[in-house]
Design a protein around this ligand. Structure first.
Ligand SMILES: [Zn+2]
Length: 415
């Protein structure tokens, strides 16, 4: 059975959409359902591309509200790392399931994940219906011998994610340059190149990282990573708050992607933001991510894109910085081929949203501007990924059970 949508609005025109084999087979005024199709009557709903959450730690829904109002390193050392030491693989499954539900409810079709027990996260993604690039985080505490002893485990986890099934792609996720040795970073870059998979890392989130890197290696973080062969078209760099112009030019030349996470930056008071104007001038490929729930504290990419645009305008003292249509394109993963954002076009994956055009936030004005400045994820009525309806009329099946399951696991982990 295929899916068809009738009566939706797209750029002011009433259109239909028909899905075949997970792709948009037909889109436009003439697109009609065929006999036997599952039909969504989308009167009053606006057809829209989905969001791509380019940096998160999905299972951290388990730690929502745990250790709020602490600075980054104190929060990690006194709250998150001790609680994570108690994690079981099935905690990651359920935490990721809840994250997927939250992303379905706020219009995200695909995310980039870095967390423990990647195979469990992959299973949760498959069961939820979303798409994701899943990495199992690697931390060797700057000890190359420890890093070497972890290699078999890293490869095994990678293979399990690679074999998980459709909609999940394997990825590698060294945590940061201050928690992973040069030797391990270089090795991971080699594995990623051999397997043609993405590499995710936190980069220049806090200023101390830059100072320590200069002291230790005599160069700034991006140059250090480049020397290790780490920067390439499939590299995804989270945060990039303290990147200077030379680093941005280097990153642009290597075609790596930098992902802004303004909510987490502001909540953890890192003291800055991705220097968007300089990054745009340098031609850096950009994405937007919520980061994990415990440093955000939600996974709503509509909220994130508003914070992104507003914080950049505020920081630059120029209201024309990062206009709504560009902020939205970045949030939809359309400004970096690595992020896999999709457009509403025939032949593209059947990943799309139907938005409530009658909601007050969307009832007047320019749609792109309303989506960035006025809307939250609650304007999403229907979420479709790979031609499968994951939410309809704002109802996603199993929500109550997932919340209860994660609540009880969170209580155990944070006790
Ligand atoms: Zn992060």
């Amino acid at each position: 059975m295929s899916l068809a949508v009738t009566g939706a609005l797209l750029d002011g025109e009433t259109v239909g959409l028909r899905v075949e084999d997970g792709l948009i087979a037909k889109l436009g005024p003439a697109a009609e359902p065929r006999a036997g199709d599952e039909v969504i009557d989308a009167q009053g709903l606006l057809l829209s591309p989905p969001m791509v959450n380019a940096h998160t730690h999905a299972a951290m829904t388990l730690f929502r509200g745990y250790g709020d109002d602490l600075p980054l390193m104190e929060w990690l050392r006194t709250k998150i790392w001790p609680a994570e030491a108690k994690l079981h693989p099935d905690d990651v499954y359920w935490g990721t399931r809840l994250a997927c539900l939250e992303m379905i409810r706020s219009g995200t079709s695909r995310f980039f994940d870095m967390y423990w027990h990647g195979a469990e996260a992959a299973r949760a993604v498959l069961d939820s219906g979303l798409r994701a690039a899943i990495s199992t985080v690697m931390i060797d505490q700057l000890d190359p011998a420890k890093g070497e002893s972890m290699r078999d485990e890293v490869l095994e986890s990678l293979d399990r994610v690679a074999d998980a099934g459709p909609r999940v792609s394997p990825s590698l996720g060294p945590h940061a340059i201050y928690t992973v040795s040069s030797e391990s970073l270089a090795w991971l870059a080699e594995v990623a190149a051999e397997r043609e998979i993405s590499l995710q890392i936190h980069l220049s989130e806090i200023e101390d990282e830059v100072r320590d890197c200069l002291e230790e290696h005599g160069k700034r973080p991006a140059a250090y990573l480049d020397e290790l062969g780490f920067l390439g078209p499939r590299t995804v760099l989270a945060h990039g708050v303290w990147l200077d112009e030379a680093e941005l030019e280097l990153i642009a030349a290597r075609e790596a992607t930098v992902v802004a996470s303004p909510a987490a930056n502001m909540k953890l008071a890192v003291g800055g933001l991705l220097p968007y104007p300089a990054a745009a001038r340098a031609g850096v490929r950009l994405g937007l991510g919520t980061d994990g729930v415990s440093s955000n504290s939600n996974l709503d990419s509509f909220e994130e894109v508003k914070l992104f645009a507003l914080s950049q305008k505020h920081a630059s003292g120029d209201a024309s910085t990062l206009p709504a249509d560009e902020a939205l394109a970045i949030a939809r993963g359309l400004r970096s081929p690595t992020l896999g954002g999709t457009q509403l076009e025939e032949g593209q994956p059947a990943d799309f949203l139907l938005l409530r055009g009658s909601d007050p936030e969307l009832s007047a004005g320019d749609l792109d501007a309303d989506l960035v400045y006025a809307a939250g994820g609650s304007v999403v009525d229907t979420t479709v990924v790979a031609g499968r309806v994951l939410m309809r009329n704002r109802v996603a099946p199993g929500a109550d059970e997932l919340v209860a399951e994660v609540r009880s696991r969170a209580a155990r982990l944070t006790a």
